[in-house]
Design a protein around this ligand. Sequence first.
Ligand code: GLC
Ligand code: CA
Length: 537
Amino acid sequence: MKTNWWKKATIYQIYPRSFQDTNADGIGDLPGIIQRLDYLAFLGIEAIWLSPVYQSPNEDNGYDISDYQAIDPDYGTMKDMDTLIEEAKKRNIKIIMDLVVNHTSSEHPWFQSALHDPKSEFHDFYVWRKDIDGRPPNTLQSNFGGSAWTLVPELGEYYLHLHAKEQPDLNWENKMMRYEIYRMMNYWIEKGVGGFRLDVIDLIGKEPDQLITKNGPKLHELLQEMNQNTFGEYDLVTVGETWGATPEIAQLYSDEDRDELSMVFQFEHINLDKQPGKRKWDLKTLDPKELHHVFSKWQTELTGKGWNSLFWNNHDLPRIISRWGDDQEFRVLSGKMLAIYLYFLQGTPYIYQGEEIGMINYPIKSIDEVDDIESRRMYDERISLGYTEEEIITSINAKGRDNARHPMQWDDSKQGGFTTGIPWLPAGDSSEINVAAALDDPDSLFYTYKKLIQLRKELSVITEGTFESIQTEDAAVLAYIRKHDGEEIVVVVNFSNKPARFLLDATQQIKEILIHNYEKEISQTLLPYEAYAVLLT
Ligand code: GLC
Ligand code: CA
């Protein structure tokens, strides 16, 4: 296994709109991120995944780009961006750009040209098909609901959009388009960014006529071509958002010898509270043992063959403590348990802003409170299908993306120190959950994350060791062991709010407690959400 900086590093995701506002317009901005770099350096992270800050009409908050080489005025200027890269570098932090190249905004000049002039060279940058008897070319559905095809009556053609109609899909069959994208990526590489997070990258090899969207036949060829023409020669990190990856597919993306990406960011564990075959909105109760099974599978099947991301949260997911922990009585304890379980696995951990202080979901009562395009589209669709208002709001409260997008809570002042103006999305209750309080409390979740990040830098067993699951009798107790070069770490967590039992093998002697979320001896009884990691002799 090669030693790359990103194997021991922890990456912090910033959703710029909600991180820190500096000019009172209620929208987070680049100067705000610069102001908070010391905080991030103190936490110990080594890279920032920056959600899109490019020029955008913001139909999908920046995941609809109208100019890849301009900064949206909401966030600042290109000069601010250069300053951010430079200031981050001084603190040993790299900036990872979010690369959204499956689609552009419908306001991108390429699409505008394609739309108004079918003879333009840009027309073929997108995916167009004729109607079939007045109907869309086929049944492909958008990820946000409804048909993936929209008719342009003046052209008599439909264009493909696997997300909103304001996000037309690029045609990766078109070589000129691909080289324009590579040129743009090289522009960012020359600016000194630390890498790219590749948005829905598993979609670029699509074969729409055969109803293939994910993992199309040309996907890996395309990624190899991208690698050769852009980041291949540099020491950059590249992480692909790959919803449909299995460990075998993950290997194709991230095998060191294949020259594609550094790692995948896959969601198998995240989907475990979804009813099989249904959309994410259709919930079922999480079974901790099933969760452990999925993690164990990835740990054993990808090791030595590829690289995975470790995460509970991002800007598309509800807050993990509300989801699988307890956001009331055991907020901090359950947050620590979740972190301890994840941080001794092989892979690269990602923290989503606010996760390190245990931010929780923001429940809504009515659709008027929702900004997110995905939730709004789902609402309209399900209302027309006859779902009740109550059912839909329950789904949005459980899974809606806005849960993660309410402003970062810096202190207990009005608007949580995020803005002195009116935030674009209301601020949650920051009276207890905020950065200032977390920094003041040596027992806070923040210091658990800081410690875990540090341990990952120090103990190579975490990055390089083998993984074995430990059998446990109690349905809520999850345990595993990592081994490398005579070093052994055992991790035990109680994934529930009730006491449980677990006995370490009598032959296993504890040499050192690396981390433990209760101040008590390690014994057979695990208290609610108790979690520890120990080094064995
Ligand atoms: C990815 C992003 C999500 C966005 C979608 C379309 O899944 O994470 O926020 O809406 O792609 O770009
Ligand atoms: Ca602002």
